[in-house]
Design a protein around this ligand. Structure first.
Ligand SMILES: Nc1ncnc2c1ncn2[C@@H]1O[C@H](COP(=O)(O)OP(=O)(O)OP(=O)(O)O)[C@@H](O)[C@H]1O
Length: 362
């Protein structure tokens, strides 16, 4: 039981593909997140799974049936949109019941039971008589969720369902959606541009960019073994530092013409880049003579500080995360170095760190 995408390609006009050769297998009961920057084709892919947008090439199978030509209503799925898509003139209860009533093959008693259960699950029993305009954004979002829950569809598609909410409510709703998905064993395919949402909720993440799938993996795989420079840079705040490097000998690199690092592998001679996560970049105050960088600005985050740094020899900017009691201030002369936990990328941005390839292709 799964949703299988095979060589899905989409172009709206003949000029350029919005998506090229997308392949994925989404297991029943998993939380699958599609993530990528604005315009990369996330919504298009979701709408193709839903049957709202035709695919140009390829095949979509749901539980072994090719659904390419099936209309949305026959695909046994529900959708939750960013805009909630609630009927303004219907009560909360009727909004949740709408899909069930439209199907006509559900008895009144069953509709009542499902709707009441769904409203209980999202804590909206007390507000069931209200109209959508009498609800907060979070409550409206919960009505949309209740509708998906009540429908009993096996697959639920969500397109940026939390993007209209303020930061605190977003975190709360994130936890609620996650809990509901687990409790109901829903197959949830969830689109977001927010890497934190992807990391915190997904069983598997698909990263889209440049009309192609960059990587599919668990959150840990994607973070530890990013397939390429793009994926490495997309996850993590502040983003990973990417610096040019030159081979000194096998196992030894000079980074940014500034400092050296030992790596446990053979490396190509040219066109190398090193990726250093901000918590692996080491900085210490020094006198001007021994400095290779200058502190630009500092952001205080409570337990930690982010120190933004300008490298002296080429003005590249990097970031380091340090303990909040570490004493750095703007214009300090510092020496930058790194732990050995670095990622290596070739000239094409492909991750060539030892073990990365196995992990990425696993
Ligand atoms: N109906 C359409 N006709 C023509 N082009 C379209 C249509 N819908 C989307 N596009 C284009 O296809 C590309 C992908 O759009 P899509 O909405 O799938 O991206 P997205 O990743 O969901 O973006 P966002 O995060 O901004 O919502 C964009 O360049 C968009 O302009």
């Amino acid at each position: 039981m799964s949703t299988v995408l095979t060589n899905i390609t989409k172009s709206y006009d003949s000029e350029k593909n919005v998506l090229t050769d997308v392949n994925a297998e989404i297991q029943t009961g998993e939380f699958f997140v599609i993530v990528g920057p604005s315009g990369c084709g996330k919504s298009t892919l979701l709408r193709m799974i839903a049957g709202l947008t035709p695919i140009s090439e390829g095949e979509i199978r749901i539980n072994d049936d090719v659904v390419n030509d099936l209309p949305p209503k026959d695909r046994n799925l529900t959708m939750v949109f960013q805009s909630y898509a609630l009927f303004p003139f219907l009560s909360v209860w009727d909004n949740v019941a709408f899909g069930l009533k439209a199907r006509k093959n559900t008895s009144q008693a069953e509709i009542e039971e499902r709707v009441n259960d769904a409203l209980k699950m999202v804590n909206l029993e007390d507000l069931k008589e209200r109209k959508p305009r009498e609800l907060s954004g979070g409550q409206r979002q919960r009505v949309a969720l209740a509708r998906a829950v009540a429908s009993d569809a096996k697959i639920c598609l969500m397109d940026e369902p939390l993007s209209n909410l303020d930061a605190q409510l977003r975190i709360k709703m994130r936890q609620e959606i996650y809990a509901l998905q687990r409790k109901l064993g829903l197959t949830l395919i969830y689109v977001t541009h927010d890497q934190v949402e992807a990391m915190t909720m997904a069983d598997h993440i698909m990263v889209l960019h440049d009309s192609k799938v960059q990587q599919i993996g668990t959150p840990a795989e994607i973070y530890k073994y990013p397939a390429n420079e793009f994926v490495a840079g997309f996850f993590g705040v502040p983003p990973i530092n990417i610096l040019p490097a030159v081979k000194i000998s096998d196992g030894r690199l000079n980074v940014n013409n500034d400092f050296e690092v030992t790596v446990d592998q053979q490396v190509p001679t040219d066109d190398l880049k090193v990726g250093i996560r901000p918590n692996e970049l080491m900085i210490e105050k020094t006198d001007e003579l021994h400095a290779n960088a200058t502190v630009k600005t500092i952001e205080f985050l409570g337990d930690e500080k982010i120190v933004y740094i300008k490298m002296s020899n080429n003005d590249l900017e990097v970031a380091a995360v340090v303990a909040s009691d570490a004493e750095f201030k703007a214009y300090d002369s510092i020496k930058v170095s790194t732990t050995e936990k670095v990622l290596l990328f070739n000239g094409d941005g492909v991750n060539i760190t030892r073990n990365a390839e196995d992990a990425v292709n696993a």
